[in-house]
Design a protein around this ligand. Structure first.
Ligand SMILES: *Cc1c(COP(=O)(O)O)cnc(C)c1O
Length: 430
């Protein structure tokens, strides 16, 4: 299908901004319109219960989760110092949801990715043995189950972080696992996976290609489960569990969310599953009182493009002349998930883009003021906050949560390189 870019630009002038690689904010005109959804709160609770069943197993094989009883969850941080220097005029509370420090794989992918692998392991154990949902899940760490899982392969296409979470979890359970990595994937991520016995297939093409290749190879193998980042219901629900957890954390912190206390949530968006799952879960719980905003790189705004044009995965960022290349490797995606774009069509408050240089600035500012390192993709959320503030949506009673999607697995050496880049960018701009 060829895309008539000129007529798209005529329909929505914002397409012209996007095509020129400019930063933009798009307020979704269909926000809060009526719609029916493919999942319910019961589906999210079912996913949460599955994770609870697995908690004894997780605590056993990943000791770093023991202090949280095998629950894979992150803290919320108050960003008072960061706020003072970066958003001095913000009237309300600024929080960081610290998924950069999620156990096991150090990114938001430790939610959806690990959930999908666990669900497949549970189904396999039930199918092949007398295992039931009432069994002792820590038994899954024994040789008996490892042998059974070793007959199966799990495959995935990834820009890096999804590969890490799927690879680490699958290898731990005893599955064979293949990760198809796109050109954006960092060497250290590939090396780490290889050290765990994961088969890493390196593609010189982009993320969409890596997913397509992975899907094709997996289709011919009845013992292969393909984790489909563009269309997986399980991934989506795994991410959405975060909403139940956040609700509890906000309550514990005495932070109100109601008609007079709106909650804005800033979510870095790649193919859409992570931010879409989180936003969907939050909408089920907080309804019209929560406002999700997606943020994408100026060179890879695939979800914005898909939603504005309503073409979803029928349009790519290359169709409007963008490169799809960005320092935000977790967001280097050219074509969005149709599943997510469709669900978000009435649930997304708005969407914006950010230049790579700005990501470095936020990265350095957060390190300097709060001593928190997060990877460039994860800093993009702050730019959503900037727009919401500049456009006067902020209020005294609002709460802003920037979702920090990755970072603490990034090796020290790579962290210093990012930081040095940020210094260079600041110097050049004087
Ligand atoms: C994957 C990822 C995202 C976005 O998730 P999608 O499901 O691809 O939209 C954001 N930040 C980081 C660090 C990621 O790895």
């Amino acid at each position: 299908m060829t895309i008539d870019v000129q007529s798209l630009k005529n329909i929505s002038p914002i397409i012209s901004n996007i095509a020129r690689g400019e930063e933009m904010f798009w307020k979704n005109p269909d926000y809060l319109n009526k719609q029916s959804f493919p999942f319910t709160l019961d589906d999210v609770i079912d996913a949460e219960q599955r994770l609870t069943r697995f908690a004894p197993y997780i605590a056993k094989v990943f000791p770093e989760t023991q202090n949280n009883q095998g629950k894979i969850e992150s803290q919320i941080f108050q960003l008072n110092h960061f706020k003072k220097t970066q958003f001095p005029h913000l009237k309300s509370n600024l929080l960081l949801k610290g998924d950069h420090a999620l156990p096991i794989s150090g990114s938001i992918k430790a939610r959806g990715g690990i959930y999908e692998v666990l669900k497949f392991a549970e189904e396999t154990a039930i199918k092949e043995t007398d295992f039931t949902v009432n069994s002792d899940y820590s038994l899954l760490a024994t040789d008996y189950y490892q042998d059974i899982f070793s007959k199966y392969r799990i495959a995935v296409g990834s820009t890096g972080n999804l590969g890490l979470s799927i690879g680490i979890m699958s290898a731990q359970l005893g599955f064979k696992v293949t990760v198809h990595m796109s050109q954006d994937a960092k060497e250290w991520k590939k090396d780490l996976l290889k050290s765990k016995g994961v088969e890493v297939v390196e593609h010189i093409q982009d993320y969409g290609y890596a997913v397509k290749e992975g899907r094709k190879i997996a289709m011919n193998d009845p013992y292969c489960h393909f984790v489909d980042d563009e269309a997986s219901k399980d991934l989506f629900l795994g991410y959405s569990v975060s909403a139940l957890r956040l609700e509890k954390q906000l309550k514990e912190a005495n932070i109100k969310v109601d008609q007079d206390h709106p909650l804005f949530v800033y979510l870095p968006c790649g193919v859409g599953g992570g931010p879409g799952g989180v936003a969907f879960g939050l909408k089920l719980i907080f309804g019209d009182n929560v406002h999700p905003v997606f943020i994408e790189p100026t060179e890879a705004p695939c979800m914005a493009l898909g939603m504005i044009t309503k073409l979803h995965d029928g349009i790519s960022v290359q169709d409007v002349g963008l490169s799809g290349k960005t320092i935000a490797d977790g967001l280097a995606v050219s074509r969005p998930s149709k599943l997510v774009g469709t669900i978000m069509s009435t649930l997304l408050f708005g969407s914006c883009t950010v230049e790579d240089n700005q990501l470095y600035r936020y990265l350095k500012a957060l390190k300097d003021t709060e001593n928190i390192f997060i990877e460039p993709s994860a800093t993009s959320g702050f730019h959503g906050l900037k727009y919401i503030h500049d456009l006067n949506y902020d209020s005294q009673h609002a709460t802003h949560i920037v979702w920090s999607t990755g970072g603490n697995m990034v090796p020290d050496k790579e962290q210093s390189i990012y930081y040095q880049q940020a210094i260079d960018i600041e110097r050049r701009s004087y």
